[in-house]
Design a protein around this ligand. Structure first.
Ligand code: AMP
Length: 216
């Protein structure tokens, strides 16, 4: 299966991606995770993108597209199936992705659009916590770690992303809304768009998607 996950910040792309990765046995590629790893390791790319990420702005298209291009050229992702999470975020990126995927064997099956309402998004993002070490996701109310500040999976430090504060969330939503429609229209025109109500729990969304894949 070859997928992209679309939807606003807080729609649950990361949580769903983890569930789908296990259910479908496909690679999960999150540009946000890759960029945060670069920041954590203080690489030159990490230093370059820090100001964009912490301000809730988009990293320039050519920077993220280069990352995606190198993932697809360096291993067998396309043949085994993949799920892109957080890419594409602009119409230009969607076009670049089609160019990178090139031949039909690698092309997308579906663009999954996770529709979510603003109050649910704010509640999810302001309560979100992440493991600094393994990236496991938590939520202070819905899924707190067993021991405060400590990851259930690897015992790493659980922290709040610098961009998960109300002011930056607002910027991220503005950026998202500006870019979302052209991307949705792009995949709609290709007949690949599937929309799902992502205010539902991640398990319910998973169930809906799995039965949709089975039926196709
Ligand atoms: P995410 O983890 O997907 O919420 O991404 C966190 C931040 O990384 C975003 O707010 C952007 O600053 C940056 N980012 C991630 N993916 C992209 C992308 N495809 N294009 C531009 N910026 C991105």
């Amino acid at each position: 299966m070859k997928l992209v996950l679309l939807g606003p910040p807080g729609a649950g792309k990361g949580t769903l991606a983890n569930l789908l990765k296990d259910a479908l046995q496909i690679s999960h590629i999150s540009t946000g995770d890759i960029l945060r790893e670069e920041m954590k390791n203080k690489t030159s790319l990490g230093q370059e993108v820090k100001q964009y990420i912490e301000g809730g702005k988009l990293v320039p298209d050519e920077v993220v597209t280069k990352l995606i291009e190198s993932r697809f050229s360096s291993n067998n992702i396309a043949a085994n199936g993949y799920m892109l999470d957080g890419y594409p975020r602009t119409k230009k990126q969607a076009e670049d992705l089609d160019r990178i995927l090139g031949d039909s064997g690698k092309l997308l099956d579906y663009a999954i659009y996770l529709e979510s309402s603003l109050p649910v998004i704010i509640q999810r993002l302001t309560g979100r916590r992440v493991c600094r070490n393994c990236g496991a996701l938590f939520h202070i109310k819905n899924k707190p770690p067993r021991e405060e500040g400590v990851c259930d999976v690897c015992k790493g430090e659980v922290y709040q992303r610098a961009d998960d504060n109300e002011e930056t969330i607002k910027t991220r939503m503005d950026v998202y809304l500006k870019n979302a429609k052209p991307i949705v229209d792009y995949y709609q025109a290709q007949g690949k768009l599937k929309e799902v109500d992502a205010d539902k729990s991640s398990q319910e969304v998973l169930k809906i998607l799995m039965s949709m894949f089975d039926a196709s």
